[in-house]
Design a protein around this ligand. Structure first.
Ligand code: SF4
Ligand code: FE
Length: 499
């Protein structure tokens, strides 16, 4: 069934002995902690979306697994329309949060596990994973759980495989196999939303060899499982969260990422969905990362809308909105923004089935193109926004100055542009623009989330059929000789990624 946002928040309070640290101190209640409250609010928006008038159509889906309507964030895609709805929903949610709402990684993990466990059953006749996973999926859907997904290992020496590392725990691994389950050790980095979820799905982070088998694992556990520690990462301007003001104190929402440490954590067998499956590990990562690459079309274009909106609002307050060079910049921003979104829609409409009945996956070429655009265009959109906003974006006085009765009339007088707009509006838009256009969610995450730029280039090179296009060119050029077999690039055909 569906949970409301308030029920989600209530659920977070019921977690037992979660071990979460912010700036060196243990956090008792994430829902009341100034550093994490903005994250809770943002995550909460994914639950409220199922009830809000303007999003409920997109945010609800019918699950054939439990025969009920579920929140789309725990839904298994049943066709291209569902993948399109994902991108559209994410764009709308960015408008409500102004930041990353953190729930998509767990959702993409569910869809990935559905495909991988299903594929192992189809190919190798081993059904234990898919059976366990479907039971887990039903549990997640019935309880509308908040999930994080943890893929990125800390990786130690980057040139060495997991089994070759001087630190054996540089990748999360099984340290003990028991009759009732496994014991795991290791750490995952950069985990979006990790402090404010009910459960986390752990996934392998790279292709592996037989020697790496103990690292090729996937499982799900509640965040309050003994031995799990979360160390929340810092972000730019994060101490403003402690100010609790209504302009500078970040009254709106923020995301967080964290370090997730497993100190010999027990996982029962029914929660292990992938065990020493080193052969499938590379495919696992590919299926997951393409899902998340597609998603960026939605959330980043939604943030782009917020940034373009703030820029336009500032231009109007400065009286320059109709100047040709400003209009040109705004148009360029819209073009860049819609380009990212369009690529994500293409990745969705061109979806394909990876299982005999279901397992709808994005088009890998367009998903990679989407994410690769996202590694560049937000920086360009931000640059243009900063250009339009003016230098005050980096130097505006504080909310406290504005509230000082002696300073306020002076600041109102001297920070005002076009008279019908109060100076405070300008300050509010500047703060919003600062917090969105220079944020982790819009910039750094756009580069590295769901794989750094080079990962997309490798995928694009692999998926694009260079041999076929040489044939096309050769035939047009009237070349009859057979093609050289020793091409520098070794492309897989597009259909090959349906392994
Ligand atoms: Fe969702 Fe975007 Fe945040 Fe990823 S970055 S979790 S796709 S909002
Ligand atoms: Fe992300």
């Amino acid at each position: 069934g569906l949970r409301t946002g308030d029920q989600y928040v209530e659920g977070l309070r019921k977690r037992k002995h979660v071990e979460i640290y912010v700036m060196g101190k243990r956090v008792e209640d994430v829902t009341a902690h100034p550093f994490l409250k903005p994250s809770v609010k943002s995550f909460k928006a994914t639950f409220d979306a199922a009830f809000d008038e303007d999003t409920r159509g997109l945010a609800r889906a019918y699950s054939p697994f439990i025969g009920e309507v579920v929140n789309r964030f725990v839904h298994i895609h049943q066709g291209p329309e569902d993948l399109v709805a994902k991108v559209k929903l994410l764009r709308k949610l960015s408008h409500k949060t102004g930041t990353c709402f953190q729930r998509c990684v767990g959702w993409d993990a569910l869809n990935t596990l559905y495909i991988i466990t299903g594929k192992i059953a189809e190919r190798e006749g081993r059904r234990e994973y898919v059976e366990r996973f479907i039971e887990y999926l039903k549990y997640v859907q019935k309880n509308d759980l908040a999930l994080a997904g943890a893929m990125t290992d800390v990786k130690g020496v980057r040139t060495l495989r997991p089994s070759e590392q001087p630190n054996k725990d540089a990748y999360v691994r099984v340290v003990e196999e028991r009759e009732d389950g496994i014991v795991v050790r290791g750490a995952k980095a950069n985990i979006t939303g990790i402090a404010v979820v009910d459960e986390v799905i752990v996934m392998p982070t790279r292709a592996m060899t037989e020697k790496d088998a103990e690292y090729a694992i996937s499982f799900a556990i509640p965040l309050d499982t003994p031995g799990v520690k979360v160390v929340v990462g810092r972000q730019l301007n994060d101490s403003r969260r402690f100010e609790e003001g209504e302009i500078d104190g970040l009254p709106y929402m923020f995301n967080h990422e964290g370090f997730l440490i497993f100190e010999d954590v027990f996982v029962p067998w029914e929660r292990v969905f992938f065990y020493k499956e080193w052969r499938w590990s590379g495919v696992f990562v590919e299926v997951f990362s393409n899902y998340h690459r597609q998603g960026y079309a939605g959330c980043k274009s939604g943030l782009g809308d917020v940034i373009i909106g703030a820029s336009y609002g500032l231009a109007r307050r400065l009286g320059v909105a109709d100047k040709p060079h400003i209009q040109e910049k705004l148009t360029e921003m819209a073009f860049l923004n819609e380009t990212m979104y369009s690529a994500g829609l293409a990745a969705s409409w061109e979806a394909r089935k990876l299982l005999r009945d279901g397992g709808w996956w994005v088009n890998p070429m367009y998903a990679n193109v989407t994410k690769h655009l996202v590694t560049r265009f937000p920086y360009e959109i931000s640059r243009l926004a900063h250009d339009i906003a003016g230098g005050l974006l980096g130097t505006a006085p504080s909310e406290a100055d504005f509230k000082n009765p002696e300073l306020r009339p002076l600041l109102e007088k001297y920070l005002q542009g076009v008279p019908e707009f109060p100076a405070e509006e300008r300050l509010r838009l500047l703060r919003l623009l600062e917090n969105t256009s220079i944020s982790v969610a819009y910039l750094i995450e756009s580069v590295h989330g769901a794989g750094s730029p080079q990962a997309q280039r490798l995928s694009i090179q692999r998926v694009y059929d260079f041999q076929k296009v040489e044939q096309i060119a050769s035939s047009l050029a009237g070349i009859k000789t057979a093609m050289a077999p020793d091409l520098k690039v070794e492309p897989h055909r597009q259909t090959d990624s349906e392994k």
